[in-house]
Write a protein that binds this ligand. Structure first.
Ligand SMILES: [Zn+2]
Ligand SMILES: [Zn+2]
Length: 327
């Protein structure tokens, strides 16, 4: 494992889990001064776990397969997206970027989704990300059009059962504690749920920022890449495993995140005639995304691409494998 990965691994899973417990155990939900510090810090920590999950699913942490699988299943159970679902959807995102076979970018990639539907859905996707995200990812398990073979979908369903047991058990324990007087939950305790909820919303925005508004199916042209000189841009990117250096990641999915920026520089130098959608700051990428969200929240065909797609397999027969499509 790269030494550069260690600070990110130590910082965010630990801050998210231990920090969340510390805040809930030691501070009143009505202590606004403490909440103003803890909410953004923990929301960012939960947000970065999304970057960690992404590194795990790509197998880029160079850890043993057992550690990778167990940690991926645990994170998937807590986040409500089974590891197998994440892997199958994300593989298709890489293999069929921005095409109608890109399940991660649904409904933005679906030519059957009307402009009006996408314009409404894009705000639902961010504001109610905690509902929208499981819907988007869960389609590959439950849709009749799913291209995933039945045995793998069976595994997905078992993992969904694990999520249901975990969350029903957690909520049930809370209700039992409240009913038996062991702990009196008050409406103000909802504030403790804000960091993971905000992190889910920001992760929804991040995914939209990565691609929505791009028409190309090419990994480097169908992707917003954020590479900037400022301390804030570099720090935010660093702690989220440089997921924002998204074009090179799509082109080289097995490349360690610490090497993505340099690879982007090499690509730009080798192709001086090409203009890639590279942004110097998250704000610049956000503004460009906002314009696309208002005008036409789509990718690929829905964003105006007219390339011939007849070479693509049908929706239900689009098989992928990590060996051939993952780099
Ligand atoms: Zn992407
Ligand atoms: Zn990826």
């Amino acid at each position: 494992m790269s030494f550069k990965l260690l600070p990110r691994l130590i910082a965010f899973p630990i801050i998210a889990c231990i920090g969340q417990c510390w805040w809930m155990a030691n501070y009143s939900p009505t202590n606004m001064a403490a909440s103003m510090i803890w909410i953004p810090l923990l929301a960012y920590a939960w947000f970065c776990i999304g970057g960690l999950t992404h590194e795990i699913v790509h197998g880029n942490l160079n850890s043993t397969p057992l550690v990778v699988t167990v940690s991926a299943k645990i994170i998937g159970t807590v986040l409500g997206i089974p590891h197998t679902v994440y892997r199958e959807v994300h593989m298709r995102h890489h293999a069929y970027l921005n095409t109608p076979l890109d399940w991660e970018m649904w409904p933005y990639s679906d030519p059957r989704a009307s402009l009006r539907f996408r314009r409404i859905f894009v705000w639902f996707d961010i504001v109610f990300a905690v509902v929208a995200t499981p819907i988007i990812w869960g389609r590959i398990c439950f849709s009749k059009e799913s291209p995933v073979p039945l045995p793998i979908r069976r595994t997905m369903k078992i993992e969904y059962c694990g999520i249901a047991v975990f969350w029903l058990g957690t909520i049930g324990t809370g209700i039992w504690m409240h009913q038996t007087g062991r702990f009196q939950f008050q409406p103000e305790h909802f504030i403790f749920a804000l960091p993971p909820l905000l992190a889910t919303a920001v992760n929804g925005l991040r995914k939209i920022m990565d691609h929505v508004g791009t028409s190309s199916f090419d990994p480097l042209h169908g992707t917003r890449t954020v590479v900037g000189p400022s301390f804030i841009t570099r720090t935010l990117s660093f702690f989220n495993f440089d997921l924002a250096v998204h074009g090179p990641h799509h082109r080289y999915p097995k490349l360690e995140c610490s090497s993505l920026k340099q690879r982007m520089e090499e690509i730009s130098e080798a192709n001086p005639g090409q203009r890639y959608p590279i942004f110097p700051s998250f704000f610049a990428a956000f503004v460009d995304t906002l314009v696309a969200m208002v005008r036409n929240p789509g990718v690929g065909v829905n964003a105006g691409c007219t390339d011939d797609l007849s070479h693509l397999p049908s929706q239900t027969s689009a098989k992928v494998s990590s060996e051939t499509h993952w780099g």
